[in-house]
Design a protein. Structure first.
Length: 181
């Protein structure tokens, strides 16, 4: 496959349907055999589009990775850490890449841009929770995250083990990135 011509920018409300598609495709690819088929199959493009429209308008930040030829291929949402007791300032709430574009730098571009966004807000540390059986756990470790906690939560109604990955100090920015509006 050719290299992607990736850029990362702030999400706009009109991106919501693409984000919903990426989110659903990612869940159905990543969690097949982990979460029940009926729950994965019940994911609705209409409902998730509305959810992403609300998330984009909300208090957090949503970033979109897009390729000049293929359009949006990944997303991440982030904001203040929700588990204050763990000692992290920022949290990446979601990070999903279209399964057709895995292994091509999209996740790295999104996570790096999320870290840059935190640093722009003077946040020095970050936490990410991942399903304990998600292959992304290896990605977060490769990106410098340390396993710092575990928890059990409900994911689509099912009790699920999650692993928390932490970055106590976000790496210094190598070059200044600006996110086009």
């Amino acid at each position: 496959m050719d290299d992607l011509a990736l850029s990362v920018r702030l999400a706009r409300p009109e991106d919501a349907a693409d984000l919903a598609r990426i989110y659903i495709d990612s869940w159905q690819d990543t969690y097949a055999g982990v979460i029940s088929h009926s729950l994965l199959g019940a994911m609705s493009l209409k409902n998730h589009t509305a959810r992403w429209q609300n998330t984009i308008k909300g208090p957090g930040t949503v970033l979109v990775a897009e390729d000049s030829h293929f359009g949006p291929v990944g997303l991440t949402s982030l904001g203040a850490a929700r588990d204050a007791g763990l000692g992290f300032e920022g949290e990446v709430y979601t990070l999903y890449v279209d399964p057709a574009f895995l292994g091509r730098g999209t996740g790295r571009a999104l996570l790096t841009s999320a870290f840059d966004s935190f640093k722009d807000r003077k946040l020095r540390s970050c936490l990410i929770w991942a399903h304990a059986r998600n292959n992304a756990c290896f990605f977060y470790e490769a990106m410098g995250g340390k396993r710092i906690a575990t928890r059990t939560t409900r994911l689509m109604g099912e009790l699920t083990s999650e692993t928390g990955f932490g970055w106590r100090q976000l790496a210094t920015r190598k070059q200044k990135r600006t996110l086009p509006q």
